[in-house]
Design a protein around this ligand. Structure first.
Ligand SMILES: *Cc1c(COP(=O)(O)O)cnc(C)c1O
Length: 388
């Protein structure tokens, strides 16, 4: 049967024709404000290494030491014999830091989100998600077996109506910081609505954890919310903490239920223990070096102030994610290619990741950037915007 080869060829050709074809670039250097690819240096404005910890010498050293002590592979899933002392220590530190009784490590954020929704929800329950939630939350809701509804972005009235019309157990899941727009969910209002409607609130804080809040504990800290307001908190370790994996924090019952029932916790190999040890060191640096967050906040302000003066189409984001709305997918790609020729790396985000007609350049700032690097970015942007 030739159906699969033909189908693949046709769909790939279609993507190419629509300017939606995705390609990977191959880095030849560590993550950082300047990276090398194909032998050339680029200013890097597309990583999620918000605090500049992905290649921090102390984090690398923690990984090296743990590898000497524990080896590389964890060897098994957590429930068989892959759970080791560094995993346990990191879980305890994360629970303590987030002010929750327990925390549970997952091998990735994608798995954490689909794992939580898949094991918490039952047929007949309702799950409500913001339309702009991360794909892993949406997929988790969609495949949970519960009745799944999306609501308009940050629209509390729409959500309130849906909650009122639904009976039975209800879960609301949102991103703390939306990954393609950089804006934040109105968490305090959402928590109040969920309390009033007796629904559970789950927050995916992949882009807020380490960046927002007085201590860097994320969107929920910034909104002044505790574990009663947000019973299910998820965040990733691969972004601000610069390592890999994710965690869910909450009550003992929630965490024990995940250990019993979350299939993508149970049936997968545990993260390497050295990654857990490196994450613990990142967490320590994040807590003890608040200057990283403060410097990042200053860079964000500097970028936005200058972008307004240049007339660049900023979106309503106060986070490290700063998209510039382009609209047309081909123009977004042309802009990003021109910037790349000038030595600047940033993302061109197109459908299906974002709605049609809202293609954008997505740039991310990091505490590892200098003011002068941000100024160079702005200069290149202003030239390319005029040309392209
Ligand atoms: C990156 C991301 C995830 C997935 O985390 P991984 O550890 O990369 O799988 C989940 N949610 C959001 C909002 C993200 O940005």
């Amino acid at each position: 049967m030739a159906v699969f080869p033909e189908r693949l060829a046709a769909s790939l050709a279609g993507r190419q024709r629509d300017g939606l074809y995705r390609r990977r670039v191959t880095l030849e250097s560590p993550q950082g404000p300047v990276v090398r690819l194909a032998g050339r240096q680029y200013l890097n404005f597309c990583s999620n290494d918000y605090l500049g910890l992905a290649a921090h010498p102390q984090v690398v050293e923690a990984l090296r030491r743990a590898a000497l002590e524990y080896g590389v592979g964890s060897g098994a899933s957590h429930l068989v014999c892959g759970h080791s002392a560094p995993h346990r220590e990191l879980e305890e530190a994360l629970a303590d830091f987030t002010g929750r009784p327990r925390a549970l490590l997952f091998s990735s954020g994608y798995m954490a989100n689909t794992g939580v929704l898949g094991s918490l929800l039952r047929p007949g329950d309702h799950v409500f998600e913001d339309r702009l939630n991360h794909a892993s939350l949406l997929d988790g809701g969609l495949h949970s077996g519960a009745r799944f509804q999306r609501f308009a972005h940050n629209d509390l009235r729409a959500l309130g109506g849906k909650l009122q019309r639904a009976g039975g157990p209800r879960l609301v899941a949102v991103d703390g910081v939306f990954s393609m727009d950089g804006d934040t969910a109105p968490l305090a209002e959402l928590a109040a609505l969920c309390r009033e409607q007796d629904a559970w609130l789950m927050v995916d804080d992949a882009h807020g954890f380490g960046v927002l809040g007085e201590r860097g504990a994320g969107s929920t800290e910034a909104a002044g919310l505790d574990s009663a307001d947000v019973p299910v908190l998820m965040a990733t370790l691969g972004k601000a903490l610069g390592t890999a994996g994710a965690f869910v924090a909450g009550s003992t019952a929630l965490i024990e239920a995940l250990v019993q029932y979350a299939r993508n916790y149970i049936y997968t190999t545990a993260l390497p223990p050295a990654i857990a040890a490196a994450s613990l060191e990142s967490l320590r640096l994040m807590r003890e070096e608040p200057w990283r967050r403060a410097h990042l906040a200053r860079l964000i302000e500097r970028f936005r102030r200058a972008a307004v003066e240049l007339g660049l189409p900023l979106m309503a984001s106060a986070s490290a994610i700063q998209p510039l709305l382009v609209g047309d997918a081909r123009r977004a790609v042309a802009l990003s290619e021109q910037l790349k020729r000038r030595g600047v790396l940033l993302g061109a985000i197109r459908p299906p990741t974002v709605p049609a007609g809202t293609s954008r350049l997505r740039l991310t700032l990091s505490a590892a950037h200098t003011e002068s690097q941000v100024d160079q970015l702005l200069e290149h942007l202003s030239v390319c915007w005029a040309d392209c």
